[in-house]
Design a protein around this ligand. Structure first.
Ligand SMILES: *Cc1c(COP(=O)(O)O)cnc(C)c1O
Length: 494
């Protein structure tokens, strides 16, 4: 199976090439030329397998140039018991009649990014060998918090790779910051930047597009790549947990084989929910995908009106990983619906030049037959955290609360009683001040010291990697000026 660019379908490459390159030269994202399907018997067969083996079966369908043995080694290493503190890897929890939570934060950094970023380094290093690339790779990351730490853990001490993460000095939670600055590993570097996330992202994009720097690094034996969700190697591992959750519900006797269910997803860059869209296309019985946003509700408006407009106020919320106005992976959905590189290029061109684009009524209707959308502000999200803890004894983080609240509103408004799985994307202990406030508790201490407090107040144990964080020392204290990013890369690779 080949992959082509969303903006130019004549660019056709192998899976390994797509994963090694990350982004197509003309700016498009790589997508599979066909989506493989599973019969109901094949889905039933997955139910007897553990998470690792389910991952092998699903990923194999998209990665013809990787052997099954290779993928098995990768899955065993990525989702091992040392890395994940749950045998199920991504367990499903029942909260009420027809209400389920899929916990995606049992990995080493306690956010759902681990599900893909534990796998990506294996896929990428194998891709370099398969494509005959003899240079070493430097992974550059601009992060608003979770991706940076998950990428650092994934790539630490990976041979033939180095990783450099830029984060906005004042734009991440204190827990997230200490997680990154205390990172271990001989091939890692972490730098704050004076500016916000957009400055970090823009700086990194400029580095990627600098022909001069590319040539200079090439001479030294380096090439640059990305661990962002624009890379197909990050999207693919996310398809697995939709299938896995479905199988777990069958095994628990909660659903009948073939029964359609909904998934509700806290959304930022549209990567997580897009994996659900692919799962549905592959034959997983999914009724609807519910796209949940915080106050940055550009997607909610898009699904309602067909107009995507990023020219709007940007809000900093208590769910910072969803504070985003340009959802990159939406491009892959548009590519699938329009089936035309020209059309996608035109829409993305107008997003760049005018800050907006509009789709036609027929396409909007097709989207509406699969997706629903809704948004929730901070106060409502806090109420969801508080009420769910009081009524059900279940503690959730701020991002999960957005989706769970949107699910509730959706069910009340539409009367749709289809069983619904809400994806839980981070441990509540990553966002201690906001969660404690939601519970009506004082929170004067710095974030990392509140981890123990939240645990005491709720009786819920903190995940080990976060409990171990208090008292850790920062290893990296460097802060780059906005204009110093290229220099920082040079120094790191010299
Ligand atoms: C990244 C992230 C999201 C958003 O996921 P997308 O794939 O960008 O839509 C939601 N919640 C948390 C905790 C995250 O880290």
């Amino acid at each position: 199976m080949k992959y082509y660019s969303t903006r130019d379908r004549s660019v056709k490459i192998t899976a390994a090439e797509a994963i090694a390159m990350g982004l197509s030269r003309e700016g498009g994202l790589f997508v599979p030329e066909t989506v493989p399907t599973l019969t109901s018997e094949e889905i039933a067969a997955l139910c007897a397998l553990d998470y690792r083996e389910r991952a092998v079966r699903i990923m194999k369908l998209f990665l013809e140039d990787y052997s099954e043995e290779e993928l098995r080694d990768f899955a065993n290493a990525a989702y091992s018991r040392e890395k994940f503190d749950s045998d199920a890897v991504a367990p499903v929890v029942k909260l009420g009649e027809g209400e389920y939570i899929l916990e995606l934060w049992h990995g080493p950094t306690c956010a759902f990014k681990d599900m893909a970023l534990q796998m990506l380094p294996h896929l990428l290093t194998a891709a370099l060998k398969k494509t005959g690339e003899d240079k070493r790779v430097c992974i550059l990351v601009a992060t608003s918090g979770d991706t940076g730490k998950a990428a650092l853990e994934g790539f630490r001490d990976v041979e033939c790779a180095k990783i450099l993460v830029f984060y906005p000095r004042d734009g991440v939670s204190e827990v997230q910051k200490l997680q990154m600055t205390s990172q271990e590993g001989g091939n890692v570097f972490v730098s704050a930047i004076e500016g916000n996330f957009d400055d970090a992202q823009t700086g990194v994009k400029e580095i990627f597009s600098s022909e001069e720097l590319r040539k200079e690094l090439e001479k030294k034996g380096w090439f640059l790549s990305s661990a962002n969700s624009i890379n197909w190697g990050r999207l693919l591992p996310q398809i697995v947990y939709y299938f896995s959750a479905y199988c777990d519900l069958i095994n628990a006797g909660e659903i009948e084989p073939g029964e359609k269910i909904n998934f509700s997803v806290p959304t930022g860059n549209f990567g997580d929910i897009l994996a659900g869209y692919y799962a549905k296309k592959m034959g997983l019985p999914v009724a609807r995908l519910i796209c949940a946003s915080n106050k940055n509700d550009v997607l909610t408006d898009f699904f309602r009106t067909g107009e995507y407009n990023r020219l709007r106020p940007f809000y900093e919320t208590i769910s910072p990983s969803m504070d985003i106005l340009i959802s990159s992976n939406l491009e892959r959905l548009l590519s699938d619906l329009y089936g035309s590189g020209e059309k996608v290029s035109e829409l993305m061109g107008s997003l760049r030049s005018d800050g907006r684009y509009e789709i036609d009524a027929e396409t909007l209707e097709r989207i509406g037959s699969v997706f629903s959308a809704g948004s929730l502000d901070d106060e409502s999200a806090k109420a969801v955290i508080r009420d769910t803890f009081r009524e059900k004894g279940y503690l959730m983080d701020t991002h999960t609360a957005v989706a769970f609240g949107v699910t509730k509103e959706y069910r009340e408004k539409t009367g749709d009683e289809t069983k619904t799985v809400t994806l839980s994307t981070a441990s509540p202990f990553k966002f201690t001040p906001a969660v404690l406030k939601a519970l009506g508790e004082p929170c004067e201490k710095p974030g990392p010291e509140l981890i123990g407090v939240l645990s005491e107040v709720t009786g819920v144990p903190a995940p080990r990697p976060l409990a171990d964080l208090a008292g850790r020392k920062a290893r990296f204290t460097f802060c780059a000026k906005k204009t110093e990013l290229t220099e920082t890369v040079r120094n790191f690779l010299s």
